[in-house]
Design a protein. Structure first.
Length: 692
């Protein structure tokens, strides 16, 4: 297949100051959770994207000084020359495939609480950045920078730029976004200085102008200088000489950087979850930038459709198609478009599990791409697979995320694979969950896998038939994979913080009942101690059906864990808009069909609420009957020639979709890692990376 000429424009080289990008695919700086402590892991993660066709591949935030210390969140550093080698591994990996390497030099200002370095955080005027979420809270307040501090900052940036150049980077950033130090100077409410760096917009922009100048001096004509800037807040402020302060800032700096990298101000709008924002959601904020500068402009918007990308270029919004999440979900996105295989793009679903890994302080993980972060550690390449070691045929029972991922990877390796599912449609839990408000895009997890499975000759798909142990014995596959998922229970939640006591009385439902079409009578209480997306999404769905809904949780917020995925503020907004009452820090103790009794998790004080139906979104248990039935018949298995029976995904350990996909992938990579026709999968060794 060859490239559709409609997409030719995406493959034009574009000049960025003294360097030239080979095409318009630009992996903007994004967190990887890998830090300088995992240099090989990081180099392989970034290098694979260059191999997949991204013309520019950037780092995440790289701190220029110990006064910008984000711990315990992961960040990279370029504090002294000893940091250079770790970065050089990445630039080598990127250059190997003809791409440019960019580095986002970063100072977090009042946003980095310096928990390790214990240096008083720097800020324009001593105003703290006071997060209301525990994960970001701190109790060391920043100090106001004086003229000497500003000089120091400029020197750190210049030193960082010189080291970046020595590490082999082609594009060096000044970062004025997302609450970090140079951005803090731009905001009139936050920057209350009365010197040359505060007050008028020309003064507030002075620090960014000087950072650009010292960076330019440091790199000469060897590297391009990029400015990354958040424009959302400024775009909302009317300007004195232009439509908005954002227009004024861009106008004042127009030709100073070699590249404008434009974005939103907060993680939930910048890295907007698909539940609440569509592809291209930044456009209304950044659409004017290209009209104010002759320099190339890059921006993001969870772009996965080549037609949307072309439209961004042709309509003069962007010069480069920026990608963070789309490049994680499919590092080979550009190459697939180039080869006329755009239908094979594994599109990002916008779930933001990748962001949660940064909040967790671990290397990036992805729901769609189980190889993300595993390129070096596990040797998993997203597009290359070890050939089969035998002619063994495999049966996968259950076609949810785990079973489908397992099947697709085994099939791409060349094994003959059969997938059977009891349900009329493949997709498992996704069949129900993607019908809930905002969750349609997540269907791509099943769609991408099914699309590929249907195109491969070595795959047989059998939906609509539950298999029992006798069926499986009769089919005589060499290896059987049990991917039968999990069931929601009616367990309640004990004061010891684990599930306890099943509430098996009428009018108590689980998500499984709703999946079967039950529509509970109102008033409904949704009791959520799973605390990820499902409880909140079910409450929204019931409100759509005009039920009076109370959402009740043991946590301090609705869908509390969605803080990790940037969804939490948007979930709260949606629940309030839908008229759902939110009760936090409560657990249900009794239900009599007319009222529930809820106890405060700390004080134990009880309250009663009117309630005709109770939906419990709490604990899941593996659907393991089939596995147990097979394992109880070792002689029959041997007679049938079945060498292994293995559980994967939720049938093994219930979890988020990302874990099910990873589990399915791991099986397919590793089940034959030992002997050619082993009777048990061999666990792969755990490979460790070390700082250089
Ligand atoms: P996971 O997230 O681990 O992939 P899911 O619950 O999403 O799990 O999917 C499990 C799938 O397994 C469901 O589609 C279900 O219909 C199917 N399944 C469960 N038991 C059987 C069985 N005995 N035979 C065939 N399919 C089954
Ligand atoms: Fe996209 Fe989700 Fe993967 Fe992040 S984790 S890249 S949002 S699919």
């Amino acid at each position: 297949m060859s490239r559709n000429p409609r997409f030719d424009v995406l493959f034009e080289p574009v000049r960025i100051g003294p360097v030239t990008a080979p095409n318009r695919f630009y992996q903007v700086p994004h967190a990887s959770g890998m830090t300088n402590a995992l240099p090989q892991v990081r180099a392989a993660f970034r290098g694979v994207k260059a191999e997949g066709g991204w013309g520019v591949v950037c780092t995440g935030a790289v701190s220029i000084h110990p006064s910008s210390d984000d711990s315990p969140l992961p960040f990279a550093s370029l504090w002294d020359d000893r940091d250079i080698r770790a970065h050089a591994l990445m630039t080598d990996a990127v250059h190997e495939h003809g791409a440019l390497a960019g580095i986002e030099l970063w100072h977090g200002g009042a946003c980095s609480l310096n928990r390790t370095s214990r240096i008083a955080p720097l800020s324009p005027s001593g105003m703290p950045w006071m997060s209301t979420h525990l994960g970001f809270m701190g109790n060391l307040r920043p100090r106001a920078m004086d003229a000497g501090d500003i000089k120091d900052l400029l020197r750190w940036q210049a030193d960082g730029a010189k080291r970046a150049m020595r590490a082999g980077f082609d594009i060096v950033y000044v970062y004025a976004g997302m609450g970090y130090l140079p951005y803090e100077f731009l905001l009139p409410e936050y920057n209350q200085r009365s010197d040359a760096y505060g007050g008028s917009i020309a003064n507030r922009v002075r620090l960014v102008r000087e950072l650009l100048a010292v960076t330019r001096d440091a790199v000469g004509d060897r590297c391009a200088v990029a400015l990354r800037i958040s424009l959302e807040e400024l775009r909302g402020k009317p300007g004195t000489n232009a439509e908005s302060e954002a227009h004024e800032v861009v106008g004042l700096l127009a030709e100073l950087p070699d590249l404008w990298d434009v974005k939103m101000d907060s993680s939930p709008t910048d890295c907007a979850p698909s539940r609440f924002a569509a592809e291209g959601s930044h456009e209304p904020i950044i659409d004017f930038v290209k009209r104010s500068t002759n320099r190339p402009v890059v921006g993001v918007g969870r772009f996965t459709s080549p037609d949307v990308m072309v439209s961004q270029i042709k309509r003069g919004i962007l010069d480069f198609i920026g990608g963070a999440r789309p490049s994680i979900a499919d590092p080979f996105l550009p190459n697939k478009i180039n080869a006329g295989r755009e239908h094979e793009i594994r599109e990002c679903i916008g779930c933001n599990i990748c962001i949660s890994s940064w909040h967790d302080g671990v290397p990036v993980r992805c729901t769609q791409n189980p190889t993300a972060g595993e390129e070096w550690r596990s040797g998993w390449h997203p597009e290359r697979f070890a050939p089969p070691k035998s002619a063994a045929a495999l049966l996968i029972v259950g076609g949810g995320p785990a079973g489908l991922e397992c099947a697709v990877t085994l099939a791409r390796r060349g094994y003959a694979v059969t997938v059977a599912d009891a349900a009329p449609e493949f997709g498992g839990r996704l069949n129900f969950e993607t019908r809930l408000p905002g969750l349609r895009t997540w269907g791509r997890v099943a769609d991408w896998r099914l699309g590929l499975l249907r195109s491969l000759p070595n795959v047989s798909l059998y939906p609509g038939g539950a298999l029992d142990a006798d069926d499986i014995l009769a089919l005589e596959h060499r290896h059987v994979v049990i991917a039968t998922g999990a069931r929601w229970t009616k367990m309640l939640f004990s004061s010891l913080e684990f599930p306890m006591g099943e509430l098996d009385v009428p009018q108590v439902y689980t998500p499984d009942d709703l999946a079967l079409g039950v529509l509970p009578e109102g008033p409904v209480v949704v009791f959520d101690f799973d605390n990820y997306y499902l409880g909140g999404a079910i409450a929204l769905r019931l409100a759509e059906h005009s039920r009076a809904v109370t959402y009740l949780t043991t946590a301090g917020n609705a869908s509390a864990w969605t803080f990790m995925t940037n969804e939490l503020p948007l979930v709260h907004r949606a629940l309030c808009k839908a008229g759902v009452a939110i009760r936090t820090l409560q657990r249900i103790t009794r239900f009599d069909g007319e009222t529930v009794t809820a106890a405060d998790v700390y004080s134990g004080e009880e309250r009663r609420l009117p309630c005709r139906s109770l939906v419990i979104v709490g604990m899941r248990k593996p659907r393991a009957e089939l596995y147990r039935a097979l394992m109880a018949r070792p002689t029959d298995l041997e007679t049938a020639g079945i060498a292994t029976v293995t559980r994967i995904g939720d049938a093994l350990a219930p979890g988020a979709i990302v874990h099910a996909v990873h589990s399915g992938h791991r099986y397919a990579r590793e089940f034959d890692a030992g002997e050619a026709d082993a009777t048990a999968p061999a666990p792969a060794p755990y490979i460790r990376d070390f700082p250089l």
